[in-house]
Every structure is written in structure tokens, then in C-alpha cells.
Design a protein around this ligand. Structure first.
Ligand code: GDP
Length: 439
């Protein structure tokens, strides 16, 4: 979802590459591209205008941080403004709570109710669902079927038309449970009756959370829906559903802004497990092709602290087998390599799949092979001829192919480093870059 927005944003920011001073024309152009991208993704017009205004103003008025290029300066501002637009990270407490679900029919509210029940159940909490949707025929059967599948009790009565009565009885019945989720009725449009009922259910249930379910494919109407529900009951979190099925999603962003809350979860499929916690920082970083820099900074600090990895030298071209090994060790401590690479701002750089395929048993083998090498070979593997390969293999008790594999891996990493150097116009420095975006 939002793929197109991401691509357009990246293209817009790319145009700033290589610029050394910020001029109004360049910022104007960027903002125009940004506006087009956001509007095409159904972000509310008023929001787009506010956003572009502040990006323009901040880009021109704020001094770029020391050593920061124009592109990074603007990118950082775009990033910060988009994060602000998305709302704050909404905490999900794992304790006793009542959650009232709001949303129009077809938004995915019932499915999401069951997904949430599953989420809290997995966290070890005792969960119950109340079906207070007395409007749609079959609503109770639908949610009951979903709940049965995960062994979550579901309170309701398809013959009862009084939603307040059901809710009252349900709450009494589920007193012993920790999390109670109330599914409410959702009609096709915002009718006064619908709003009135949800206000009553909110008062009656004393819900701790009022979460609005919004379909990601919903366009400009999303803001209006969000505003009405927010005025009625004070929405404190938004769940965006069907993120798997649309390239837009801007409507949902506008809804978030309207409620001044944040996205709590996203629905990413039709099964009961397809619910994910949402992290605005990471999401926007990926959208801008920046990689998840904040997470990367944190993990890198944990893993590489005290490590004498000379990143500068490596990026300048001095990259020895010893460096590679040290780097692999550090990366291994940081987590799965593929995930780490996904967080790096590598843009569209292609990393060959076999570069990720580095297990700890392979690491052990590499270590043994390297122990059979001379210091000169370790410093500059290009001196390793075919006869040396055989000698090293004999010494390490491995096959010559194992030695070749290590050298091939080294070359892949070396090429990847060269690629990173190229991206920064010769000045790319990972540590400095990470510091800049770290907050
Ligand atoms: P309600 O009327 O708001 O209660 O909506 P439902 O829960 O009945 O969902 C409407 C349709 O959307 C159903 O076919 C669901 O399977 C589907 N749906 C809900 N959430 C998602 C999602 O995250 N991804 C996809 N692909 N489909 C979803």
C-alpha cells in the first residue's frame, strides 16, 4: 500500500541530490511533486496544503545541520512532517481494558474485532467479544464463527434489537475477563441514529479505548467519517484495514489527522492473524526509501559499540577479509542480515540473495579458513591464487570450493560497499549518516 506515494516521494527527493544550496525554485518543485503524490494517494487537500506549507517554510528557513547536504536536510524535514501527519505511536496496553469499535459497514470492523481478540489472546490475556451490532442481519453469526475458531467467547443475541441491552448484559457476563471488545453496528452512511447509538454505548460501557476502523481504499470521505465519530465519542486510535489491497491509503492518513490520534494497527489480509502493530517512524522511513534509520541506529549502537570497525577506511576502499569477518560478527549480533539490509538506506541497490545466506556454521567455517591464511592474504585477498587456495583448503581441512566461496562472498560485500560509496557521491559515511537521522 502507498507504493505509488513512496515512489513519487523518492523521485521528488532524488531531484535534490547533488545540490549544494537550497534555492526556492528547487524547494517549490519538490513541494509540487509532493503535493501531486499525496493528492493522488487520496490525502485530504487541506492536509496536503498544510503539510507542503510547513515543509517549504522549514526547508528554507531552518539551517541545515552541520555537514548535512541539501537533500538530507529536506529529506529529514519531509520525514518529520510526515511522521507528524501520521500521528503519534499509539501505545497498546496489555492489561484489563474495554475497547469500543467504531466504523461504517464494510470497513472491516467485524473482522478486525476478531483479529484484535486474537492479538490479545496471543498476549496471554483472557478476551471476550460483545456483538452489539443489532442492525446487520447475520452480524452475530459472523463474529461468533470467527470467535469460535479461536476459542474466544462471544456474547450476543441475533433476536435482540436493543444494542444497549446486549452490551449491558455482555459486560456483566464478561466481568471476569481482562479484555472486552465491543463490536458496534456500522451502516452505509453516517446516520444520526448510528452516531446517537454509539454515543450511548460509549457512555454505558465506559470504554477505555474507542478505535475507528477505516478501509485503506477509502478516499476523501475518510476525513468526514473520522470527524463525525471523533466528535461523537473521541476516537483515540485508528485501525486501517485492507492495507494489502490498495496502492492509495491517503484517505486513512487524513482520518488519523482528523482524530489527532494515531494508527494503532493495520489489517493486512483476510485471515484472523493478519493484523500488525503500526510504527509511523518506520513506515515513513520506508516510504521515503530511507530505511528504518531510527531502529538501525539503536541496533547498531548496541552491536557495534566498542567494536573497532573502521567504517571510514572500508568505505574508502580498504576492505580486508578481517574487516569482513568483523562486520559479519557485528551483523550477526544485530539480527538477521536481510532485515538489517532492509533498514539501510540502500535505495534500489540490488543485494544478491546469497549475500544474506550467512549462517553461524558458515561463519565458523570462514574463521577456520581465515586462520590458514597469511596476514598478506587476509589484508588483500586478491593475491590468493589457485595454488594458494589449495594450500589454504588443506590447512583448514576444507575443500577448495569452500575457500572459493569465502572469496566470492568477500567480493560481493566489497561490491556492495562500492555501491554505497557511489550513492553518497564519494562522501557517503554510514556512521555520520546514522548520527544525523538518529534522534
Ligand atoms: P464490517 O461490515 O465493517 O463489519 O466489515 P467485515 O468485517 O464484514 O469486512 C468486510 C470485508 O472486508 C470482508 O470480506 C473481510 O474479509 C474484508 N476484510 C477485512 N479486513 C481486511 C483486510 O485487512 N484485508 C483484506 N484483504 N480484507 C479485509
Amino acid at each position: 500500500m502507498l507504493d505509488k506515494l513512496g515512489t513519487s516521494l523518492k523521485d521528488a527527493v532524488k531531484k535534490l541530490a547533488g545540490k549544494t544550496v537550497i534555492d526556492r525554485a528547487a524547494v517549490d518543485e519538490l513541494v509540487r511533486d509532493l503535493q501531486r503524490a499525496l493528492l493522488q494517494s487520496d490525502v485530504n487537500v487541506k492536509l496536503v496544503m498544510q503539510l507542503s506549507q510547513s515543509i517549504k517554510q522549514r526547508s528554507l528557513e531552518e539551517e541545515p545541520a552541520k555537514g548535512m547536504g541539501v537533500r538530507e536536510h529536506v529529506l529529514r524535514i519531509v520525514y518529520q512532517e510526515l511522521v507528524r501527519l501520521m500521528g503519534s505511536t499509539t501505545e497498546v496496553t496489555l492489561g484489563p481494558q474495554k475497547i469500543l469499535m467504531a466504523g461504517l459497514q464494510g470497513s472491516g470492523k467485524t473482522t478486525t474485532t476478531a483479529k484484535l481478540a486474537r492479538y490479545f489472546q496471543r498476549k496471554g490475556l483472557r478476551v471476550g467479544v460483545i456483538c452489539a451490532d443489532t442492525f446487520r442481519p447475520g452480524a452475530y453469526d459472523q463474529v461468533k464463527t470467527l470467535c469460535d475458531r479461536i476459542n474466544v467467547p462471544c456474547f450476543g443475541n441475533p433476536k435482540e434489537t436493543d444494542a444497549e441491552k446486549i452490551t449491558r448484559e455482555g459486560l456483566a457476563a464478561y466481568k471476569q475477563l481482562e479484555v472486552v471488545i465491543i463490536d458496534t453496528q456500522g451502516r452505509h452512511a453516517l446516520e444520526d441514529h448510528l452516531i446517537e447509538e454509539i454515543i450511548n454505548l460509549n457512555t454505558l460501557s465506559k470504554a477505555d479505548h474507542r478505535w475507528l476502523v477505516i478501509d485503506a481504499a477509502l478516499g476523501q470521505q475518510a476525513s468526514e467519517q473520522a470527524r463525525r465519530f471523533h466528535e461523537a465519542i473521541g476516537i483515540d486510535g485508528v485501525i486501517v484495514t485492507k492495507m494489502d489491497g490498495t496502492a492509495k491509503g491517503g484517505g486513512a492518513l487524513s482520518a488519523v489527522s482528523e482524530t489527532k490520534s494515531g494508527i494503532v494497527f493495520i489489517g493486512s489480509g483476510e485471515t484472523i492473524e493478519d493484523l500488525e502493530r503500526f510504527d509511523p517512524d518506520g513506515f515513513i522511513s520506508r516510504l521515503l526509501g530511507m530505511g528504518d534509520l531510527r531502529a538501525l541506529v539503536e541496533r547498531a549502537e548496541e552491536a557495534v559499540s566498542g567494536e573497532d570497525l573502521d567504517v571510514n577506511a572500508m568505505l574508502k576502499g580498504k576492505f580486508t577479509l578481517r574487516d569482513m569477518y568483523k562486520q559479519l560478527e557485528a551483523l550477526n549480533r544485530m539480527g538477521p542480515l536481510k532485515q538489517i539490509m532492509g533498514m539501510l538506506p540502500l535505495g534500489n541497490m540490488q543485494i544478491p540473495d546469497d549475500a544474506y545466506d550467512i549462517t553461524s556454521s558458515k561463519m565458523d567455517r570462514y574463521k577456520v579458513i581465515m586462520d590458514s591464511m597469511t596476514p598478506a592474504e587476509l589484508d588483500d585477498p586478491s593475491v590468493i591464487s589457485s595454488s594458494r587456495i589449495h594450500r589454504i583448503a588443506r590447512g583448514a581441512g576444507v575443500s577448495p570450493d569452500d575457500v572459493r566461496e569465502l572469496i566470492k562472498y568477500y567480493k560481493t560485500m566489497q561490491r556492495a560497499l562500492k555501491g554505497m560509496r557511489g550513492m553518497g557521491g564519494g562522501k557517503f559515511n554510514m556512521q555520520r549518516m546514522m548520527k544525523k537521522f538518529g534522534r
